[in-house]
Design a protein around this ligand. Structure first.
Ligand SMILES: C[S@@+](CC[C@H](N)C(=O)[O-])C[C@H]1O[C@@H](n2cnc3c(N)ncnc32)[C@H](O)[C@@H]1O
Length: 230
């Protein structure tokens, strides 16, 4: 029996208790520190192409922009404004460590500043504002929350099928790969594997779909309640 997922959880910084409905975890994000001699803080295909081509699983390395876009979309989402979203991520090179993002955290709009922030996080395990905190991936994911891994090769349910699987009754977790190509490599606890489309979508597109359809489900639920109360 897995440990229960806390329905309410507090973030030390904001001291606000929020009701988490949807937990989105970006896994195997292609974010890692660049070699010390590099003038760029993170490994990035645009600057370290030759180096990355020689690494194992090169298709999952050197794309911090993928996580950047996901965080921008998720932190700005209606679901996050409603206080119903928990966002976390882990990286390809250190899958045992995860990072939980405070709902009030505004990712830098500039990619250069985002790289600086991520480098600080990976070097020290925290950022100055403490709005991202580290936790072991096992502690973060080892519970009894229903967890769906999103992949093109999963059960083909499409957008309608996905919408019908979202529930407002209990928390749900969605795992999205934070890399450019290939499949997941490290074991991650999940209950099903779902495909939203026959197309290979970008991680940020998938993150946006999950957050938007979850907010729409909540809105539908609220409307239903109001109509029943009339
Ligand atoms: C660029 S894709 C990686 C491509 C990978 N070959 C795949 O089959 O999903 C990054 C992530 O987006 C998500 N994704 C991409 N296409 C998807 C789809 N059609 N349905 C559900 N998730 C998808 C998956 O979580 C994937 O790990």
């Amino acid at each position: 029996m897995r440990v229960c997922f806390p329905i309410t959880m507090s973030f030390s910084q904001s001291l606000v208790r929020i009701i988490v409905l949807v937990h989105i975890h970006i896994f195997e994000a292609a974010v890692e520190l660049a070699p010390k001699r590099s003038k760029y803080p993170l490994l990035d295909l645009s600057y370290h192409n030759n180096l990355i081509r020689g690494l194992p699983s090169a298709e999952k390395r050197g794309r911090p922009d993928i996580l950047h876009r996901c965080l921008l979309i998720l932190q700005d989402s209606i679901l996050n404004h409603l206080g119903k979203l928990k966002v976390s991520f882990s990286t390809y090179s250190d899958p045992g460590t995860s990072y939980v993002v405070d709902p009030s955290m505004r990712p830098p709009r500039s990619y250069t500043r985002f790289m600086g922030l991520m480098a600080e996080l990976l070097r020290t395990g925290e950022i100055k504002s403490s709005l991202i905190r580290s936790i072991s991936t096992k502690d973060l994911l080892d519970d009894d929350v229903h967890t769906s891994l999103l992949s093109k090769s999963g059960e083909k349910i499409g957008l309608k099928g996905f919408f019908s699987k979202i529930t407002t009754r209990k928390p749900q977790r969605f795992l999205i790969g934070g890399f450019q190509k290939g499949s997941w490599e490290r074991p991650l606890p999940h209950d099903d594997v779902l495909s939203l489309s026959d197309y290979t979508l970008s991680s940020s597109q998938v993150a946006g779909i999950v957050a938007t359809l979850s907010a729409l489900k909540l809105e539908n639920q609220e409307n239903l309640k109001q109509n029943e109360g009339r």
